[in-house]
Structures are given as structure tokens and as C-alpha cells.
Design a protein around this ligand. Structure first.
Ligand SMILES: [Zn+2]
Ligand SMILES: [Zn+2]
Length: 311
């Protein structure tokens, strides 16, 4: 792509970005690309004509001054900054209008954010039930009636939380509840705990020696995440989990249930984002075993040089 094409396409993409949310941008991108290509073709055509006219005019002059660089003539024929801005402004309002129309005839999946046509009931990407409202309806204030931009959380007129934002929160809360139900089912011996965070996730880690599950959660700050980990360790200990083995540690708590080892590993819980700890659950045994006994130190031999050195 030439510099000129890129300039126009970037500006078009900027105009689209200003007008619509990321998800809608995805949905209308093919149309935006098509319009952008039209704009590029038109501009290229105009530029080409201007260059030909310029070359025809410049030809006699060039013969007279052969050592003057002719390339300067092309640059002079580029559209002016003002002309470019006017053209791109027109494109911008074209896209805004297009986006507003799209918002009236489209929905967004509250779970994964995928756009869908207004007549669809379920998300084609993740299968979640789609809301009844279109994107435009979701951004219309139920209190003062203002039509807000798509993807706005609070009404710009009165501060009321908008229907789409409420639906998104509700979908997130339902998803979190599903994760806790899965935890109860798959890890019944580890106390279930939502720790006040969001974006709960529980998944089995493939290819591990012992069946391992990872629970992760998003907290509001790094400090809140640290605190949540401490709280969960306490909850485990209240439920009979203990430090065990040769290297007892708060980061590895164990409990035997009907002869099966339950192990919660929080040693690596901050290796991802610091506000999103990961907890690992598996059936590993403590190093050295549950019955590991620290060897008793030998009774001191009284007196003598050897006794002082090796006692
Ligand atoms: Zn979805
Ligand atoms: Zn309002």
C-alpha cells in the first residue's frame, strides 16, 4: 500500500473508531474497507489527472532547466491539507451515520461481545442468549431518554446506568455463578470461594501428571489480590488443610480425604497479572510424604574436640 493509500485508510479507520465501539467496528469493517477503497480510488484518479496536467505544463520548462529535479512538480500537485481534511471529514460523518444505522439493526452478545443481527436470539460465536434490545436501545437512557453512544456505561445526560451496561453486568454475574457451580462439582473437597472478584474462571490443565485445575479471578487491585490469596489460605486451614512434608509452606496446603491427597498450590499464583491470582488444585503428595518426620538431632557427646565440632 502506498503512503497516500495508507494515509486515507488510517484516517478512515480513525473516523470509524471514533464513531463506534470496537465490537461494532469489527462488524462494519468490511463495509468500511469498501468505502475506504472507493475513496482511495477516487483520490488516486484525481491525483493521476493532476500529475498528467502538471507534466504537460512542466515539459517545456524542464528542457530549459535540465538539472532541476522534476519530482518537485508531483508534490505540488498533492491535495492540500485543507482539501484532505474536508474530504476525510465527509467520510467521518458518512461512517457516523452508517454506525448509527447499524446500531439500530444490530445486537451485541453480552458474554463475548460478538455483534449479531437484530433478529438473532443466540450468539453464533459462544451460544449465549442475546438480549432483546438492539445496540441503540441498549444505549438509550431509561430515565431521561437520551440516545448515548454505543458502549457507553452511564448516561451522558443524567448519569443513569444504561440498559446494555446492566445486561453486561448481569451476564457476567451469571457466568461467575456458573464457574462456582462447576467448582463445587469438580473440586468438592476444596472450599468454594468467590473472594469478591470478577471474571471467575476454572479450567483443567491438560498434560499434567496429576489431574490439575486452575482457578483464576480478577480483583480490583494488586493489594486486593494479595489479600484474597491470604484469605483463601486461611479458609483452607479452617477446613483442615495444613502445611505438610519436608518443606512445610503456606504456599502448599494439603489434606487427605479418604486416602486421596488434596493439594492447593499458591506458589505460582502471581505469575500472570498481579491483580488476577491463579490457584492450582491437584492430588500431589507433599515432598517427603504426609508422615515425614524431621530426623531427631543426635544427642550431644560431652567434651572433647570432636564433640565440639560434630556434636
Ligand atoms: Zn457470544
Ligand atoms: Zn439519562
Amino acid at each position: 500500500m502506498g503512503l497516500f493509500d495508507k494515509l486515507i485508510k488510517d484516517a478512515v479507520s480513525g473516523a470509524v473508531g471514533n464513531a463506534v465501539s470496537e465490537a461494532m467496528k469489527q462488524a462494519i469493517q468490511p463495509k468500511a474497507d469498501e468505502l475506504a477503497q472507493q475513496a482511495v480510488n477516487q483520490a488516486a484518479g484525481a491525483l493521476n489527472q493532476a500529475q498528467q496536467a502538471s507534466a504537460a505544463n512542466a515539459a517545456p520548462a524542464e528542457n530549459q532547466n535540465a538539472d532541476v529535479q522534476p519530482a518537485g512538480g508531483n508534490a505540488a500537485q498533492m491535495p492540500s491539507k485543507e482539501e484532505m481534511e474536508a474530504a476525510l471529514g465527509t467520510l467521518g460523518s458518512l461512517f457516523s451515520g452508517f454506525a448509527a444505522k447499524a446500531a439500530e439493526s444490530m445486537k451485541l452478545c453480552p458474554k463475548c461481545g460478538e455483534p449479531a443481527a437484530a433478529d438473532k436470539a443466540f450468539c453464533q460465536k459462544c451460544g449465549a442468549k442475546l438480549p432483546d434490545m438492539t445496540i441503540a436501545e441498549g444505549a438509550k437512557c431509561p430515565k431521561c431518554g437520551r440516545q448515548n453512544d454505543p458502549d457507553t456505561k452511564f448516561c451522558a445526560g443524567c448519569g443513569e446506568k444504561l440498559p446494555a451496561a446492566l445486561a453486561k453486568e448481569q451476564a457476567a454475574a451469571e457466568a461467575d455463578a456458573e464457574v462456582l457451580a462447576l467448582w463445587k462439582e469438580k473440586l468438592p473437597d476444596f472450599p468454594v470461594w468467590n473472594c469478591g472478584g470478577t471474571e471467575l474462571a476454572l479450567e483443567q490443565i491438560p498434560d499434567t501428571d496429576t489431574e490439575t485445575w486452575r482457578f483464576s479471578v480478577r480483583l480490583e487491585s494488586d493489594a486486593a489480590a494479595q489479600n484474597a490469596v491470604r484469605q483463601y489460605r486461611q479458609l483452607l486451614m479452617q477446613n483442615g488443610f495444613q502445611k505438610e512434608g519436608q518443606y512445610p509452606s503456606d504456599e502448599h496446603l494439603y489434606k487427605r480425604v479418604n486416602g486421596v491427597s488434596m493439594h492447593c498450590d499458591t506458589e505460582h499464583c502471581f505469575e500472570g497479572d498481579a491483580d488476577s491470582p491463579d490457584f492450582y488444585f491437584n492430588h500431589s503428595q507433599p515432598y517427603g510424604g504426609y508422615d515425614y518426620k524431621k530426623p531427631e538431632s543426635k544427642p550431644k557427646q560431652s567434651g572433647g574436640l570432636l564433640g565440639a565440632l560434630f556434636g
